[in-house]
Ligand binder design. Structure first.
Ligand code: ADP
Ligand code: MG
Length: 412
């Protein structure tokens, strides 16, 4: 599976069994530059995100002017431009800073893919030294190496921790804290921090010490896009990626209508791309409403799909058990979940794993954001962990998992 720089998995074309190289026989294609629709492409300008961009720029003004490190926290649902805005911002800032004679670099780490502070640090170090070994260095040694790197290069580093809730869940806030205090310890080199999360409660997940630098004033909200905003985003992208007059306005209208429910720009762009691929399969002359409908039937808005693919058989079974239960109940206890898991194992002829293992799987699914596990309030039997399925209707989740499990063990 290919992965782009921001760590998202690029499966669209492969997963749909369409390979662009094999598409139109005649060489006719609606696409002028399909790369403009890929997850790798970070738009120069992001319409309808001017306010957010200005907020981040304002927060980082002290960095440009006086070299003072800064922090920002970007939050909002999937597909609202958080990752791309942070990349665009950091790249533009590096340019401005360079003109002012200051060296600023940035590194973005997706904390869902690099699980835990050790892995996150490794991701950062690989930016400066691709051959930095995966194993053999402790966290303090890695931090020391990073300090050395930054001092040698005399750069200010902006560390962007994307999907940071996964890191906080797995490792706590120690690493975030270390970065916010970077200059105090090493004196010379400095680090700024941008945290990104879909969830708003990450500040509550931090220790008081880490939280104190992350005041709520540093938080910038990314709301879902409305229909008009999605329309504009789709239209601009279509003009960049398709030949003139191959995407009629009704196609943009339809894309905006469909994506509006989720307010998700990525979904809108994927719909466009897939509709284009379908048009190419047919004649390569024009994208039509029917192609958009075809695209809608195939692709699904939420990243859940991609995360499901990464699960092994056992974790799929655990999630299926939870999804089935969650159809009828908003919150389950771990006891109920484990009971349901037992039944699912019997159904699929799989060996049930022990309690401790089960607990670990819950933790993993929680860190992946596929379930939400939290401690309930004090009850008769004391605190217990309760589980819910946050992102997708449990029924759809269960169907997806069943389909993938019936494809045979280990099938992705
Ligand atoms: N305002 C915008 N203008 C143009 N493209 C956008 C805008 N917001 C999001 N996108 C595009 O939508 C996709 C999803 O954005 P992304 O930054 O990955 O969202 P998030 O990180 O919030 O899930 C990317 O391809 C991005 O380029
Ligand atoms: Mg993102």
């Amino acid at each position: 599976m290919a992965q782009n720089r921001s760590g998202q998995t690029v499966t669209l074309r492969v997963a749909r069994g369409i390979d662009a190289r094999m598409s139109p026989r005649t060489g006719l294609s609606v696409f002028k530059d399909q790369a403009k629709l890929s997850f790798d492409y970070v738009p120069e300008k992001m319409p309808h995100r001017e306010a957010q961009m200005q907020r981040v720029q304002a927060l980082f003004r002290p960095l440009v002017e006086a070299g003072t490190p800064s922090t920002a926290f970007l939050f909002g649902p999937v597909g609202t431009g958080k990752t791309h805005l942070s990349r665009r911002f950091a790249a533009d800032l590096a340019k401005t800073a360079l003109e002012a004679g200051k060296a600023v670099e940035h590194v973005i780490v997706n904390c869902r893919q690099r699980m835990g502070d050790d892995a996150v640090l490794l991701g950062i170090l690989k930016k400066f030294d691709e051959r930095f070994p995966d194993r053999g260095f402790s966290i303090p040694e890695k931090l020391q190496t990073l300090r050395g790197q930054l001092e040698r290069r005399k750069v200010h580093l902006i560390v962007i921790l994307d999907e940071v809730d996964a890191l906080l869940k797995k490792s706590g806030s120690q690493l975030v804290y270390t970065f916010t205090r970077w200059g105090e310890e090493s004196g010379r080199s400095t680090v700024s921090l941008i945290l990104i999360s879909q969830k708003t409660d990450i500040l509550d997940r931090m220790d008081a010490a880490a939280r104190s630098t992350f005041r709520r004033t540093n938080a910038i909200e990314f709301p879902r896009y409305n229909r008009q905003e999605l329309w504009d985003i789709a239209k601009i992208r279509a003009d960049l990626a398709f030949h003139p007059a191959t995407v009629p306005e009704e196609v943009i209208n339809l894309v905006a209508d469909i994506a509006e429910e989720y307010g998700d720009a990525r979904y809108a762009i994927e719909l466009l791309q897939y509709a284009g691929l379908l048009a190419d399969e047919e004649s390569g002359e024009e994208v039509g409403a029917e192609h958009v409908r075809g695209a809608k039937a195939t692709i699904h808005p939420v990243q859940v799909e991609e995360r499901l693919k990464e699960l092994d058989m056992t974790r799929k079974l655990v999630l299926l058990a939870i999804a089935r239960k969650a159809k009828k109940k908003a919150y389950l206890t771990t006891g109920e979940a484990e009971e349901a898991y037992k039944i699912v194992c019997e159904e699929f002829g799989e060996k049930k794993r022990g309690h401790t293992q089960f607990w670990k799987y819950l933790k993993d699914l929680d860190a992946l954001g596929l379930i939400d596990a939290k401690l309930s309030g004090e009850g008769v039997v004391g605190k217990t962990t309760i589980i819910s399925v946050p992102e997708m209707p449990a029924k759809i989740l269960a169907q997806r998992l069943e389909a993938s499990l019936h494809n045979g063990p280990g099938k992705k």
